[in-house]
Design a protein around this ligand. Structure first.
Ligand SMILES: [Zn+2]
Ligand SMILES: [Zn+2]
Length: 246
């Protein structure tokens, strides 16, 4: 089994369809020996998302809790097919970790061309770190040009464990995306998308797919502490180091 050292997509009960506190998520991450946990509640376009202040006030959070680096983040919603987001750039620019995702409530599924155009626009957004659950078949897109754009603009493609049990019909689509990530050497991150603390670090279905494909661990950014530090600090040019206090 590929080792994983951080969970880069988790929700708290600030998003009202999730059920644990940030501290509970951190405690589970610490128990699993993780070096980092990304706190990524939904952007405001989702109806039961937190108030935007919940996202924008994260500067108050400590960087390290229970030995775990807390990445202050968000899962922003893509709200039109030009790649518009529901969180202001003035917030995105200082967050540690920005995921963007397509959700049917905030972006009704359209055509393959429309989904492709949206991802090509998102690729050029400098504030976006990780491409959220893009294997979702409801938002199928032209994979090769989009993956090439993600490579060009240093995006990280999420392999979302939740997708594999919530939407198993999307598995083959995700596999196709991963094959192109291997071909173009696009880095990926495994994440749980936990909505309850016991799911933090639950990456088993995503890891099974990566192992089946013999996906190179050197492209899985959260498979070692050193790689995570490299991909955040150098590849995504974050000002902090993964294990520092600042
Ligand atoms: Zn999502
Ligand atoms: Zn999520």
């Amino acid at each position: 089994m590929i080792p994983i050292v951080a969970d880069l997509h988790t929700h708290t009960h600030a998003s009202q369809h999730a059920y644990s506190s940030l501290y509970e998520n951190i405690v589970i991450a610490a128990r699993k020996g993780f070096c980092a946990l990304a706190n990524t509640d939904h952007g405001p376009a989702i109806p039961d998302s937190p108030h935007i202040w919940n996202i924008s006030k994260q500067k108050k959070l400590p960087a390290m809790v229970e030995g775990v680096r807390v990445l202050k983040g968000v899962e922003a919603n893509i709200i039109d097919y030009n790649g518009k987001l529901d969180v202001d750039y003035s917030i995105l620019e200082w967050l540690d970790w920005v995921i963007v995702s397509m959700h049917p409530y905030t972006l009704p599924p359209a055509t393959v061309q429309a989904h492709t155009n949206a991802w090509l626009a998102i690729a050029q957004n400098p504030y976006v770190d990780m491409i959220g659950h893009c294997g979702d078949l409801r938002f199928a897109f032209e994979i090769e040009p989009v993956i090439k754009a993600f490579k060009e603009h240093r995006k990280i493609v999420e392999i979302n464990n939740n997708t594999f049990h919530s939407r198993p019909e999307s598995r083959d689509n995700y596999v196709s995306i991963l094959r192109y990530c291997m071909e173009y050497e696009v880095p990926v991150a495994v994440s749980s998308d936990a909505h309850f603390c016991t799911d933090v670090g639950n990456h088993s279905l995503a890891l099974a797919v990566l192992e089946e494909l013999k996906f190179p661990p050197k492209l899985i950014i959260n498979s070692t502490v050193e790689q995570l530090d490299y991909y955040l600090h150098q590849y995504r040019r974050k000002p902090f180091r993964i294990q520092s206090q600042s």
